[in-house]
Design a protein around this ligand. Structure first.
Ligand SMILES: [Zn+2]
Length: 274
């Protein structure tokens, strides 16, 4: 009796993903460019395990289809393709809103006055809690005609999750033993300072010229918000637009390559050469 109950209660180790669905769900995304058939199949197996350990829920009557789960799993799992699914241990829920959501937050200003804010958000990752995503924003990155290259809310929020493996997100995830923490810090702080300067210079330009300068930046200007956001936005660029990130910030690209144990730029170049 107890055994039967235990068996029923246990989740399967993997939820199989149909080969056709896998191809359909992953074809449009930039991060899949140049991926070999072998890598794609490894990513698929990882997603099958991801789907077995994470629960998906839609809010506001959003129906979460199998294809939606698979495309989100693929983006989440590409980050840990060479790290292991254990990097996502310790939490279980992925919550989808149909569009951007506006959580009420209490923010204390410099004078100590508490304000209630409601800012629209495309995604959010909680320390030890769920990943929350606006499905409209998820779908945008997979839309060849409408997307802004390098914008990927799923990769962004799951990068925060990796950063949170050692506490509050600060752009400093737990590094591998062979990595040099000083080299990481140097690469990221120099690039971050440079990027903040470039964003500020662009914002000082009037109207359309300012916008044009922001559009020309190698990564999303949102990266200038904090070291944690620079890491998350940088991760989006590493997987989605490595051809822009690597020449702009080669040291950061090199550290990302050591951390994720992948080289999306080499992947891309090799696929173009054949
Ligand atoms: Zn963020």
């Amino acid at each position: 009796m107890i055994l039967a109950w235990l068996r029923r209660g246990r989740r399967p180790a993997a939820i199989p993903i149909d080969a056709q669905l896998w191809r359909r769900a992953t074809a449009p995304w930039l991060f899949m460019r140049g991926m070999s058939e072998v890598e794609s199949q490894r990513l698929r197996s990882l997603c099958e395990r991801f789907l077995a350990i994470k629960r998906f829920a839609g809010t506001h009557e959003l129906a979460v289809s199998e294809a939606m789960r698979v495309e989100i799993a693929a983006q989440a799992c590409v980050l840990v393709l060479e790290l292991g699914i254990e990097w996502y241990d310790g939490w279980s829920d992925v919550i989808l809103y149909p569009g951007q959501f506006m959580p009420e937050r209490e923010v204390e200003d410099e004078a100590g006055v508490v304000h209630v804010t409601r800012d629209p958000m495309a995604g959010e990752a909680w320390l030890g809690g769920p990943v929350i995503l606006s499905y409209e924003d998820v779908a945008l990155a997979g839309d060849k005609r409408a997307r802004v290259a390098g914008y990927n809310v799923v990769i962004h929020e799951f990068a925060h999750k990796l950063d949170m493996r050692n506490g509050e997100p600060n752009g400093f995830p737990p590094l591998h033993r062979a990595m040099d923490a000083r080299a990481w810090k140097r690469a990221f702080s120099e690039a971050y300072e440079d990027f903040v300067r470039r964003v500020e210079a662009a914002e000082r330009l009037p109207g359309r010229r300012g916008q044009a300068a922001l559009d020309k930046l190698p990564i999303d200007p949102y990266a200038a918000e904090s070291a944690a956001e620079f890491f998350a936005v940088g991760s989006e660029a590493f997987f989605e637009t490595p051809e822009l990130l690597a020449p702009a910030y080669p040291e950061v690209y090199g550290q990302f390559r050591l951390f994720f144990r992948q080289d999306p730029l080499a992947r891309l170049k090799a696929s173009r050469a054949t």
